[in-house]
Design a binder for this molecule. Structure first.
Ligand code: HEM
Length: 427
């Protein structure tokens, strides 16, 4: 029997907070799943909103679909080179202290580059994610997904995030990198190390974080050297190692791209897998539709990517004074494009707060971004999510959520830390 899935914390009265003090980036609201009224109010009353003081310093919030599109497609005026998220100033300071004399890392691969540097590096990676290569990868993903699903316990509670979402994502990333399959969970671990502040993820100190990161870089350096000596292959590392635009990239850039590819394809896909199980349970009529018609899987996948919005925002820094939605954003200001809010913009999407798996245009969402940095892995993500659901439906008519999820403490990664489920035994 399903248990009711309710919001975990009492909802604060957002209308009582003075507009000028509203800080939509507060991670606790994302963890408590109480963020929605904040964005509803901003879209209505102050769609281009300035937060003067916060843990991220001074920053702008863009919350409506059209304005987000205007910023995301304007890479002439909005730079990615100063970092693509809101940056917690206290954590930055701690990191600086912990680094001491060691060099400060700038950027996380080509996602934190502007043109003309960005384009050629993106182009070097793109063929791995193109339809022809995806088609080659699909049977391996299907076979490995089947193995993971066949090993799940039946009739007893387990954590869907750990046993399925993380496993399946690690498995597909290992396939993409041609990374040793038995070590695949290292990819999950490293992604968690990168995206979490010490104390909120798998590590408790900066020292530990640096140690783990260097182990990660060392492993990839070794893979790079091996691929360089071999014939060009279709995996990501081989493509980067043999492509003229990337083969001579400096060490720091190489390390940045490793981080980008591990993180880019990790939490995002993982949290979509968890989100789909959670939302199908909250919306049993939608789950019934899916079971009755598995052809709806691709559109259910897209609807989950919209509804979940695995990356809640991307940030930019204005290169010059720019007007957005009637307000002037000054040169040097940081701007958060809240995809999670744009995806619920009622002026653009019909019944945006409802999870509807057979929408007319399910791929119309902001979750992959727009413009020159639009997610290069979007087709890979859709392929793996579709295959996983095809394999799930073949095996399990029902996966039941049997307790409250815990959610990630982050205004960037919008996801689940745990989700208790049971796969009922078939009589
Ligand atoms: C960029 C979301 C899956 C690799 C991005 C961006 C977003 C995003 C929002 C930035 C867009 C912008 O700034 O305009 C997602 C979501 C995913 C997903 C929601 C899954 C549901 C993947 C996968 C990979 C990947 C599977 C591949 C391993 C990348 C890379 C970039 C990127 C390399 C940088 C592109 C560039 O700067 O040109 N993604 N992503 N992503 N993503 Fe994804």
């Amino acid at each position: 029997m399903n248990i009711a899935v309710k919001p975990q914390a009492a909802v604060e009265d957002v209308s009582a907070v003075p507009l000028a003090e509203l800080n939509p980036g507060r991670a606790k609201r994302f963890q408590d799943d109480t963020i929605w009224p904040v964005f509803e109010r901003l879209r209505r009353e102050d769609p281009v909103h300035l937060t003067e003081e916060s843990e991220f310093g001074r920053y702008w919030s863009i919350t409506r679909w059209e304005d987000i599109l205007a910023v995301d497609t304007n890479h002439e005026d909005f730079s990615s080179a100063e970092g693509i998220t809101l940056i917690n100033q206290e954590a930055l300071e701690e990191q600086r202290k912990a680094l001491g004399d060691r060099p400060q890392r700038r950027g996380a691969g080509f996602i934190t580059m502007d043109e003309p540097e960005h384009g050629p590096q993106r182009k070097a990676v793109s063929p791995t994610m193109a339809p022809a290569n995806i088609a080659k990868m699909a049977p391996i993903v299907r076979e490995r997904a089947g193995q993971i699903l066949d090993s799940l316990p039946i009739g007893e509670p387990f954590d869907w995030v750990d046993k399925v979402s993380k496993e399946l994502t690690a498995m597909t990333l290992a396939t993409l990198f041609d990374f040793p399959f038995e070590d695949r969970r290292k990819l999950t671990y490293w992604s968690d190390v990168v995206t979490n502040q010490p104390g909120h993820g798998p590590v408790t100190s900066w020292e530990q974080k640096f140690k783990d990161m260097y182990e990660c870089f060392g492993t990839f350096q070794q893979l790079w050297n091996e691929r360089l000596d071999a014939e060009p292959g279709i995996d990501l590392i081989s493509m980067l190692a043999h492509n003229p635009s990337t083969r001579d990239m400096p060490l720091e850039e190489f390390q940045g791209n490793v981080i980008l590819l591990i993180v880019g394809g990790n939490d995002t896909t993982r949290n979509t897998i968890s989100g789909s199980v959670f939302e199908l349970n909250r919306n049993p009529a939608e789950y019934d539709k899916l079971r009755a018609n598995p052809d709806l899987i691709p559109s259910m996948v897209s609807e989950t990517i919209r509804y979940q919005t695995p990356l809640a925002h991307m940030a930019r820094v204005a290169k010059r004074d720019v007007e957005v939605g009637g307000k002037t954003i000054s040169a040097g200001d940081r701007v958060a494009m809240w995809y999670i809010s744009g995806n619920r913009d009622e002026t653009r999407i019909e019944r945006p707060n409802d999870y509807i798996i057979d929408r007319a245009r399910p791929r119309e969402h902001l979750s992959f971004g727009f413009g020159v940095h639009r997610c290069v892995g979007n087709r890979v993500a859709e392929m793996q999510l579709t295959i996983i659901w095809e394999e799930i439906l073949k095996r399990f008519p029902r996966i039941e959520v049997v307790g409250q999820p815990t959610r990630t403490f982050s205004a960037f990664v919008h996801g689940f830390e745990s989700l208790p489920v049971v796969i009922p035994a078939r009589n």
